[in-house]
Design a protein around this ligand. Structure first.
Ligand code: RB5
Length: 152
């Protein structure tokens, strides 16, 4: 699988073990930074470029990490076509893909340790969207919010 990855300083502690695990599992990774630990960096600078390649399907799935995962998730979901969620347990890591076609996973680098992060990521990447009529219907209602007419 082709994975896009981004982290700010708050998630940087998880970067090396996650990239190592992804490579060992045979995935290719587009790394959108940060490329060094800078306590003054801003998550949108890394997450938005990642979210854009997820939306344009240049990567199969995205993974974004900040301190809590909250800001990364906000930023990612501003990009039309991105279906991002902040997930710290296993059930949503697979059901979010199966039912909701989640294409970007956010984690909090100050919330989960390496082992749980790797487990959640593996579950997320192993899951497949089930594309039933009812899931498609629900996603179409969400996608309709991305058109200009829906704002009023
Ligand atoms: C850390 O500066 C923190 O604010 C950031 O990484 C992130 O958690 C925001 O949601």
């Amino acid at each position: 699988m082709h994975i896009g990855f981004a982290t700010d300083h708050g998630g940087y502690v998880l970067k090396e073990p996650i990239l190592k695990a992804l490579h060992e599992s045979g995935h290719t990774v587009n790394d959108f930074g940060a490329y060094e630990l800078d306590p003054g960096d801003d998550y949108p600078d890394f997450v938005i470029p990642l979210a854009k390649v997820v939306a344009s399907r240049q990567v199969d799935r995205g993974i974004a990490i900040c301190g809590s995962g909250v800001g990364a998730n906000f930023a990612a979901n501003k990009i039309p076509g991105v279906r991002s969620a902040l997930i710290h347990e296993s059930f949503s890591a697979h059901q979010g893909v199966e039912d909701d076609d989640m294409n970007l996973l956010c984690l909090g680098g100050r919330v989960v340790g390496v082992a749980l992060a790797l487990e959640i990521i593996q579950i997320y990447l192993d899951a497949h969207y089930l594309r039933t009529e009812r899931f498609e219907r629900r996603l179409a209602k969400v996608a309709a919010l991305e058109s200009k007419e829906s704002i009023t």
